[in-house]
Design a binder for this molecule. Structure first.
Ligand code: GTP
Ligand code: MG
Length: 132
């Protein structure tokens, strides 16, 4: 059994999409192990995404991720990291496969509804980061 970390991002939370997204996640076979609504400070967002600090959109990303509440989630399933990335789809909702969470609920490459860990190591770091 594997574990991954996810966040329902501020755009989706604000639009009242959390319930639908959680339902999609559960119907796809993931068990919600832990869940909490939190709002990241800008400093926390900068820390969470520190590996992207060299990229041109880093400032916008940190503004956006600290702009409102998120739902932080620890999810369990076989091969959780890869299966969850498949479920959320490509970073840009316009490029995400039909039926994926980002294709259904994302607005733009910046406001793309949901986060999923990209490796087991990232999942471990991200779960610890939120102290879930
Ligand atoms: P996460 O699951 O959120 O980590 O997304 P990802 O792994 O698909 O993408 P990546 O880690 O490369 O980027 C992190 C986040 O930065 C993305 O989910 C987007 O919200 C944002 N982002 C990525 N590329 C762009 C971009 O070109 N412009 C803007 N504004 N935001 C971007
Ligand atoms: Mg990423």
């Amino acid at each position: 059994m594997g574990v991954t970390f996810s966040m329902i991002k501020p755009d989706a939370f604000k639009q009242g999409l959390s319930g639908r997204i959680l339902s999609d996640i559960e119907q796809s076979g993931f068990k919600i192990v832990k869940m909490r609504v939190v709002r990241m400070s800008r400093d926390q967002a900068m820390d969470f995404y520190n590996s992207l600090s060299h990229l041109p959109f880093y400032n916008d990303l940190c503004d956006y991720m600290s702009s409102g509440p998120i739902v932080a989630l620890v999810l369990e399933a076989d091969d959780a990291v890869k299966r969850f990335r498949d479920l959320i789809g490509a970073t840009d909702p316009a490029m995400a496969m039909c039926g994926t969470i980002r294709s259904k609920y994302g607005i733009s490459k910046g406001s793309n509804a949901i986060h999923g860990s990209d490796s087991d190591l990232s999942a471990e770091r991200e779960v610890k980061f939120f102290d879930l």
